[in-house]
Design a protein around this ligand. Structure first.
Ligand code: KQY
Length: 367
């Protein structure tokens, strides 16, 4: 497949919203023992559950390293497509392709530079060279030509779009020194507009408290549909999350989208703090250069990190009293989708959640 020198905007391609129709979903199999406890075994069970749920609604592809191929193939149901692919870890939202479509029914991919959430400044592991090739390989599998950005670092977890000209990113992440320190906010906004083909970028001030990605937008805010948002919230004013969520809310109530609409904002209360136990911490190999998982550390748990697919929403739950309200709210907001849930503690222990481990391929539709 070709590497393109143009931009999606110039070529008439746009990133569709996640809630538009999908051709399928990609996931990468977890195994690295310095991020996933007990050699990835508990996480593999949960990733299998996630893939099995998604695969009921749309094609689901699991990318897996050579040594784990047979194990993954054996654990996953036959309706999951399993493909061997080198990688450094299992965050396809971030290292995978961001797909764009046009009105002629064509699909292309954007291949941002991936540097493990901050490179040598504050990246979460080293090296990341195999992850940085995942987007290209996904484009090959999908038969999609590719826009490669050698000099622009971005992860899919810091992008949401409404499909009608509006994107949102977190400013905390975009402006962090490990991403594109040589570019101003205005220059980065220009890039986002050119590659996502949007007219308006919302700069959400911050991400969830202690989010190790420098505050990805996909943990704090999402478009339910154009003009309507959910955001992570807490009523507990003593929780450091409160000030962050308040700042985000105050920003959003004063903003409009690309079409000039004010937003309807829904507050999705976070679960009670999720803390790493001694046993969980001891199950992870300590390796220089990889973020340690220490006993007592709080994880960035949020229901907003859900995934929207064809006819369903997959919501992470935490065995927490807030689970029920989160599910009820989402069912109200998505009346035509099944709200599926997955106990997501094992994914969270790795540093992300359901949205971070999935990447959609949109269905290109001829208009
Ligand atoms: O998108 C994410 N939340 C990924 C986090 C990476 C964690 C690596 N330990």
């Amino acid at each position: 497949m070709k590497r393109l020198n143009s931009t999606p905007k110039k070529d008439g391609f746009r990133m569709p919203a996640e809630f538009e129709k999908h051709r399928g979903t990609y996931i990468i199999w977890p195994e690295r023992p310095d991020n996933w406890r007990n050699g990835g075994k508990p996480a593999q069970k949960v990733f299998t559950e996630v893939a099995s749920i998604i695969g009921k609604y749309e094609q689901c592809t699991m990318l897996v390293k050579r040594d784990q191929y047979s194990n993954a193939r054996g654990m996953l149901p036959p309706y999951i497509r399993v493909i061997e692919m080198s990688n450094d870890d299992s965050w396809v939202r971030d290292c995978g392709a961001t797909f764009v479509i046009n009105d002629q029914g064509e699909l292309r991919g954007i291949d941002w530079t991936f540097n493990a959430w901050g490179g040598l400044v504050d990246g979460l592991y080293f090296p990341w060279a195999e992850d940085d090739k995942v987007a290209q390989k996904m484009c090959e599998l999908e038969g999609a030509d590719r826009y490669r950005l050698d000099d622009f670092v971005l992860e899919g977890g810091n992008i949401h779009v409404d499909g009608e000209g509006t994107a949102m990113v977190s400013e905390e992440c975009m402006m962090s020194p490990g991403r594109n320190p040589e570019l101003s906010k205005e220059e980065q906004e220009k890039m986002l507009k050119e590659y996502l083909n949007v007219e308006k970028v919302l700069w959400i001030p911050k991400g969830v408290y202690l989010d190790e990605t420098n505050g990805h937008v996909d943990n704090i805010c999402n478009f339910v549909r154009p003009g309507e948002l959910v955001m992570a919230w807490t009523d507990n004013q003593n929780d450091p999350q409160y000030a962050i969520s308040k700042e985000v809310y105050d920003y959003l109530v004063n903003e409009t989208d690309a079409k000039g609409r004010k937003f309807i904002i829904h507050k999705l209360h976070i679960p009670n703090p999720v803390i790493i136990t001694k046993e969980e911490s001891e199950g992870v190999d300590a390796v220089d250069g990889t973020l340690p998982r220490n006993e007592g550390d709080r994880l960035a748990a949020s229901y907003v990190n859900y995934y929207t697919g064809n006819g369903f929403v997959l919501l992470p739950v935490f065995d927490d009293p807030h689970d029920k309200d989160a599910k009820e709210l989402l069912q109200k907001l998505y009346p035509n989708r099944v709200i599926e849930t997955v106990s997501a503690r094992e994914i969270l222990l790795g540093g992300g959640n359901v949205h971070c481990i999935t990447q959609q391929v949109p269905e290109p539709i001829k208009k």
